[in-house]
Design a protein around this ligand. Structure first.
Ligand SMILES: [Co+2]
Length: 343
């Protein structure tokens, strides 16, 4: 879950907090009942609207004291209302893993665990389940393994994972909307385990999703794999965006540029930023670099999105669907290992 810097500038932490503390009324059940699939140029599916944004956040799911929290979680996050939160720690710095050290073992273990939890979620997602039900499952699996769900308390995020349905590009907040059989849903999981973050996501296709939705998900998965295939020591970071954008365009899709991949390890988000579109960044990969690739592909040629009043959810401007897959990569002496791949 990370913004490109340009987007982050438009949307500061301060304004996010202001939005979160505003008083809203709860979405009524009838609003969900109107949330039915309807045909458009992009297929037949339900378009989520900002009217259905979560308006009152339930308290965060508890995490046992024995599980260490990342430094960015405010000390009173679990005990005080949001407007009383103490400042959390800062998230800055470059990443880099010393190969052959306990550090390498640590980041590999956290990433593998995130991959295992994501795979388990994929096996239980079904129509009728709410995205908050998914959140509960992710949370429980994390704490049972001794891990902290990294999104919980990150910049005041109120839940333990992000769930992004249909026209939501990213950062959807798990809520009370039951999944429809025609939906696609991205679940993005990051776990903090023994001092390291592991970050991965996948888009799951529910049984009655239409052909265009299935194609979007397939092409997005392929785009991530193409991005991974050009990674290795001495390779150009810019090569990742090139192959991803070419693949998207070939299939009549586009790449959202508001979200980037990121360095990761002891920090949730660090440099470098990984661009998923054609670019001229000069950086070269070197052994020990650890980062995510997480291209959000959008149907059609207008991939931009806007933020809902909840301060997090980013929906496409056109109502087109978006899919996303994410893996965490470690550059080794000889190639690139996909740390979150478990199958
Ligand atoms: Co990420």
């Amino acid at each position: 879950m990370t913004w490109a810097t340009s987007a982050a500038r438009c949307f500061s932490r301060r304004s996010r907090l202001a939005r979160l503390t505003r008083c809203f009324s709860s979405p009524s059940k009838t609003e969900w009942e109107h949330n039915t699939p309807s045909p458009s140029q992009f297929g037949t599916y339900a378009v989520l609207s900002s009217k259905s944004a979560m308006e009152v956040y339930p308290p965060p799911r508890p995490v046992p004291e024995s599980i260490p929290r990342p430094a960015y979680v405010p000390a009173n996050f679990f005990t005080a209302p949001i407007w009383e939160h103490l400042p959390g720690g800062e998230e800055v710095g470059n990443e880099g893993i010393t190969l052959g050290s306990r550090e390498e073992d640590g980041v590999r273990a956290a990433a593998r665990m995130a991959g295992e939890v994501l795979r388990a979620v994929g096996q239980i997602v079904e129509p009728g389940m709410t995205t908050d039900d998914i959140d509960a499952v992710v949370h429980e699996m994390a704490v049972k393994r001794g891990a902290y769900p990294s999104p919980l308390g990150y910049s005041h995020f109120p839940r333990s994972c992000t769930t992004s349905v249909n026209n939501i590009i990213a950062h959807g907040i798990p809520d009370s909307r039951p999944l429809l059989a025609t939906d696609i849903v991205n679940v993005d999981i990051t776990l903090y385990y023994n001092g390291f973050h592991g970050d991965t996501s996948a888009t799951f296709v529910l049984p009655a999703a239409d052909a265009a939705g299935r194609e979007l998900v397939r092409v997005t998965r392929e785009a991530l794999e193409l991005g991974i295939s050009v990674c290795g020591p001495g390779k150009s970071y810019a090569g990742i965006g090139k192959v991803i954008e070419e693949h998207a365009r070939k299939h009549g899709m586009s790449v959202n540029t508001q979200f980037v991949g990121h360095g990761i390890g002891r920090k949730f988000h660090a440099y470098p930023h990984i661009l998923h579109h054609k670019n001229h960044e000069r950086g070269l990969m070197k052994s020990g670099d650890c980062f995510t690739i997480e291209p959000p592909l959008v149907q059609g040629t207008r991939p931009r999105g806007g933020v809902w009043d909840d301060g997090w959810t980013v929906a496409t401007d056109t109502g087109a669907r978006s899919a996303q897959f994410e893996h965490q990569i470690l550059i080794t002496e000889t190639g690139a290992d996909v740390l979150t791949r478990v199958d």
